[in-house]
Design a protein around this ligand. Structure first.
Ligand SMILES: *Cc1c(COP(=O)(O)O)cnc(C)c1O
Length: 355
């Protein structure tokens, strides 16, 4: 197989060993003589996979024995935009709007109650993170997005509030140490840093549930999923398995603290290069730059063609910016190696001689 440097924003790169083990399980899952694609989601083999994945998620985030339950559900992070207000909204919720995904979450919550946008960076094309957000007023919950995958900005602090705090951590969960126990409900689509697409991880403190009086459709009710041990209906068996393989890999690397060290090096190298070269600019405010999704543009449009060509020659793939923002985006999720980032920065340096 040729070596491609894949910077895809999602579904993202996974470690080679995860691909190999997942491929093996499709043919013969743990020597059962059956494919992982064709075993019951209620078999003892799959329940062991699901339980280990739930347990490992809590362990890697330091959330064990703190009242949290881990669920692997379907519908992507987008489903949680709706499941959250269904479960938590009584009258009013506060949202911080830092980009496309926050805006979508707000839209869904508005269907079920009043949404107060307490802080927003929309005034400057979502290029920064509002600072010192503190919510004093009584709301049912406060929602924020820790990493803005499309605009390339990332929270470095946790908003202060006495209300339950909810966070969409789809694109930076398991990438850095963050005081997750200050957040009451965390959700993340798996396809960025957890595993393959088709499943989401939800970590919820049970004590915040059951307060709303609305009738909640079962599929949208966290309590129902908790009561059924995350098996209310057919699980995405294969996706949960790839999550488990990836979480095991992360633990072997030394967990979140260890991977954060490598992630910091990757981001530092790329941003240093962007800042050094006067024909490239980062699109996010420097202090709010995301360590997972680095967004940048060239000073002149014409340089895009040269860069695209050099990327192709160097096997650098999936580096185009989101269609709503343009420019370029390099996603530096856990499985992306420092070596791949070095290839990308050397391509950027090569441009010096051509422009
Ligand atoms: C990708 C992403 C989503 C959407 O996830 P889906 O699983 O496609 O619904 C939501 N929020 C953030 C922060 C994301 O990066």
């Amino acid at each position: 197989m040729k070596q491609v440097h894949n910077f895809c924003a999602g579904p993202s790169l996974l470690p080679q060993t995860v691909y190999e083990q997942a491929a093996q399980a499709v043919l013969n899952f743990e020597d059962t003589g059956m494919s992982i694609l064709s075993i019951s989601h209620r078999s003892k083999e799959f329940i062991a996979v699901l339980e280990e994945a739930r347990q490992l998620s809590l362990e890697l985030l330091g959330l064990e024995q703190k009242g949290y339950v881990a669920l692997f559900l379907q519908g992507g992070a987008s489903m949680e935009f709706l499941r959250v207000p269904y479960s938590l909204m009584q009258q009013k919720a506060a949202y911080i709007n830092t980009g496309t995904w926050s805006s979508k979450a707000i839209e869904q919550a508005q269907m079920l109650g009043e949404v107060k946008v307490i802080a927003s960076s929309e005034d400057q094309h979502f290029s920064y993170i509002p600072k010192n957000v503190r919510v004093e007023e009584a709301v049912d919950y406060v929602h924020f997005t820790s990493n803005n995958t499309i605009y390339g900005t990332q929270f470095t602090y946790i908003p202060q509030t006495n209300a339950p705090l909810v966070c969409d951590m789809s694109s930076d969960i398991f990438s850095r140490e963050f005081d997750c126990d200050k957040i009451d409900l965390i959700y993340a689509g798996a396809q960025k840093n957890i595993g393959s697409a088709g499943v989401s991880l939800i970590l919820v403190k049970e004590e915040i549930l059951g307060k709303t009086k609305r009738a909640i459709p079962q599929m949208l009710d966290y309590q129902e999923h908790i009561a059924k041990d995350s098996l209310y209906h057919t699980a995405n068996v294969f996706a949960v398995y790839t999550c488990l393989l990836n979480l095991r890999w992360l633990k072997q690397q030394g967990g979140v603290a260890a991977i954060e060290g490598i992630n910091n090096k990757k981001a530092a190298l790329l941003y240093q290069t962007i800042d050094e070269l006067d024909f490239v600019s980062g699109t996010a405010a420097i202090e709010d730059r995301s360590k997972m999704n680095a967004t940048f543009t060239f000073k002149e449009e014409g340089m895009n063609t040269i860069f695209d060509q050099l990327c192709m020659e160097a096997q650098v793939a999936n580096i185009k910016g989101h269609r709503s923002v343009g420019g370029y985006r390099a996603s530096l999720y856990n499985a992306v190696s420092l070596q791949s980032v070095e290839v990308l920065t050397s391509v950027l340096h090569q441009m010096k001689t051509l422009v």
